[in-house]
Design a protein around this ligand. Structure first.
Ligand SMILES: NC(=O)c1ccc[n+]([C@@H]2O[C@H](COP(=O)([O-])OP(=O)(O)OC[C@H]3O[C@@H](n4cnc5c(N)ncnc54)[C@H](O)[C@@H]3O)[C@@H](O)[C@H]2O)c1
Length: 321
């Protein structure tokens, strides 16, 4: 049984980590969040300590060193721009770290963390849950085994509607979340590069507060993608079915079915890491390079090979920012 600590315990994703820790038979020693709405902890670890001040959390974990409550893993579920600082804390405490996606906002943050891994002898693991999705694993095996010498044509569409709240939280602030490609898309860019190999071209056609659309060429695929958090960009039939999310990937014109099983993969992630596998900083790098480059690209408009949804009318920011 491993001892864990959790930073960012009051947020949306934290319950999936608490459940994963419980499902894998491990123990939460202490949690920390600047916000104290954490009654959810009763459903998983009522015995755990909880702090709203970093210094008290640190004192508690430091005092536990050398006892049977010494922490083996620190899990990080805080806003994206704080990940690297919280990872460094966990490593320097003498623990391994399990961190949410995107592991960091910029490629050079990965280099800095690699140095701290070396300095401390501890390791960082990233939640890259799509690599553990059974249909996606099967797709990778299929593409690896086909050994084609021409590239696959892929269209990826992911629309996950978010309300106006999104724009007044850290998630709607590019400096803190990285923007739509980084915050929403990183899973998919990781999946694409994992399956189709090295990036050869990265072109952005449209980029705004609520969507990003572009073209990515990998060793084995040409991908047109459209990602959006705006409900109005959903296809009519999806809206009529009362849904707010639409996920589609076509490969050579055939639909690849992967609509389910996205939200149940944290327990698999913990099992994978705690059994000695897991995805580290090295594995996380390509997707972080892709999202960094998208964030800083000059959108070139509707030129070249663009996703059909890139033509959709742009929306103004709900608060006029
Ligand atoms: N893997 C996935 O499918 C998935 C899904 C959603 C979010 N995420 C990632 O999980 C992380 C958290 O996202 P969320 O949706 O839970 O966000 P959230 O805003 O709901 O939760 C973040 C939590 O961090 C706390 N926090 C902020 N600053 C802090 C600090 N300095 N010290 C301690 N706590 C602090 C907040 O009070 C909040 O409770 C993000 O990195 C996000 O990208 C991953």
């Amino acid at each position: 049984m491993k001892n864990l600590a959790l930073i960012g315990a009051a947020g949306f994703i934290a319950p999936r980590h608490l459940k994963a820790m419980k499902d894998t038979g491990n123990n939460l020693i202490a949690a920390y969040d600047v916000f104290d709405s954490v009654g959810i902890m009763d459903s998983f670890f009522p015995e755990s300590s909880f702090f709203t001040e970093f210094e008290l959390f640190d004192r508690h974990l430091s005092k536990n060193k050398g006892t049977d409550k010494e922490v083996d893993y620190v899990s990080v579920c805080t806003p994206n721009y704080l990940h690297d600082a919280h990872i460094r804390y966990g490593l320097r405490l003498g623990a391994n770290v399990i961190c949410e996606k995107p592991i960091v906002l910029n490629p050079w943050n990965i280099d800095a963390l690699m140095n701290v891994e070396k300095e401390t002898g501890h390791k960082v693991y990233n939640v890259l849950q799509l690599r553990l999705h059974s249909a996606i694993k099967a797709l990778k095996e299929r593409i690896d085994s086909e050994g084609r010498d021409t590239k696959y044509d892929v269209d990826l569409t992911y629309i996950t509607s978010r309300g106006n709240w999104y724009y007044t939280t850290w998630k709607g602030d590019v400096k803190r979340s990285g923007g739509v490609a980084t915050n929403i898309g990183v899973h998919f860019y990781d999946m694409l590069s994992w399956i189709f190999g090295k990036v050869q071209q990265n072109v952005v056609h449209v980029s705004s507060h609520d969507r990003v659309s572009g073209y990515l060429e990998f060793e084995k695929a040409r991908v047109r993608y459209f990602l959006s958090i705006n409900y109005d960009t959903l296809p009519e039939e999806v809206k009529l079915a009362g849904k707010r999310t639409y996920r589609s990937m076509t490969i050579e014109g055939s639909e690849f079915e992967f609509s389910d099983g996205f939200t149940e993969l944290h327990t698999e992630t913990y099992k994978d890491i705690l059994s000695g596998n897991g995805f580290g900083l090295k594995e996380a790098r390509t997707a972080i390079e892709i999202v960094h480059d998208i964030r800083h690209a000059e959108p070139q408009g509707l030129k070249g090979d663009y996703h059909p949804f890139a033509k959709l009318e742009l929306a103004s920011h709900p608060f006029g920012w």
